[in-house]
Design a binder for this molecule. Sequence first.
Ligand code: BG6
Length: 485
Amino acid sequence: MTNSNFPKDFLWGGALSACQAEGAYNVDGKSLTIPEVMKFNEKNDRKVTKQIRVNWEMIEEARNDPDTVKYPKRRGIDFYHSFREDIALFAEMGFKVFRYSISWARVFPGGDDAAPNEKALEFYDQVIDECLKHGMEPLITISHFDTPIVLMDKFGGWYNRKLIDLYVNYCDVLFNRYKGKVKYWVTFNEINMSVKASAKTLGIIDYDAPNYEEMLFQGLHHQFIAASRATKIAHEIDPNNQIGSMVAYFTTYPYTCKPEDALQMQQDDQMKNQFYLDVLNKGEYPYYSKTYFKNKEIQLNIEDGDLDSIRAHTADFVGMSYYNSMISSSDTEQLELTAGNVHSVYKNPHLPANEWGWQIDPIGLRYTLNLVYDRYQKPVFILENSSGFYDKLNEDGTINDPYRIDFLSKHIEQMGLAIADGVEVLGYTMWGPIDMISSGTSEMSKRYGFIYVDQDDYGNGTLKRYRKDSFFWYQNVIRTNGAEL
Ligand code: BG6
């Protein structure tokens, strides 16, 4: 397959998150985060998407339990200590960009500390300098699914307006410290996951509250203001800063050509995807969200100046992750469910799926890129894309993973076609260039990487890194700027 549509300065790379890779959960002053109280459960049925509902009982049980087998995200893949070796492997593949997240609970372990934790910043200094040493752009996610529990203890999470100031202060520290070193930032990872995964995104777990949904949208409102204020100061501190909005795009098709199905699809797309991108990129609450709130009797507490801030400081680029598509129908009784990223989705009879039931739809990526670019007229950055697979380490240290190459080559081909359609795509950070703990299931055996990490679901293994076949394949993709897939 050949494809030479990629611009010369296209940013090829990969993305990880601190809470799935870093480990060292209680080192150098760091406090506990939501993912670190989520247990690995081997009995879970992987083929349905069930969000673990983190509640206070689970948090209390986990607080004083130092177990890292039960709570795999506490150990991650020990990136805290192996980052030099791992970044060198990314450089060997030719990465131009490395997306990584900073742990808020490391930088401000007490939530409202008067000064940041210098030890934490020294760690991120080294990660960022290591990227720059290898000629890679560091792309930083400021908050990636790792709400510090202290912010829930003290303030009740994002429902409290106070978090806006705390977040903006945290951003201020990062923007000043990494001025001239980091240009690309993402304010919140997949901000549209909040409604489904509220613990790790908003730190709001009052599931039984009569106004629970209203609380979530109020928390989101605070995140929208926080994102706008962060964008404002980012531009003031360094006009070169490029601030990204980000959603997990749940691309949606109508199940049939029945007008009722098309209408259902439109409504699903609006409240699952567009709402978040509309606020962050167009700078206002769209009409359909106001209707949604009215129908659900949701009343947001919007203070003077909130909407002005959202309007004045919109994102510079549209960031999206793309894993699987979904279908909408006005009559769902006949449809079968399968797992998907955070949401269970209805099965599309035309698509294959991975072993976890996530459906594989490369053409959906081209479709989504065109949709999003047309709608916002801003450059698009694909911040995550890939699929989880089981891998086998051979005795000679090789890993044959043609399924991963097949998945990625088809998606990259479609991205190239979208660029040929005229979409401005800044870069592609595939998800999980090195195996790490799964966000949804806390498994280690759900692997995404080009680099195999010798560790099983229970933390057994040497943590040694091995290059998979796909490692050499991606190296060649980057070397040929996408001409050889
Ligand atoms: C994305 C998240 O939604 O999905 C990542 O940003 C996550 O953190 C990825 O790892 C894949 O999901 P999972 O559950 O397979 O790890």
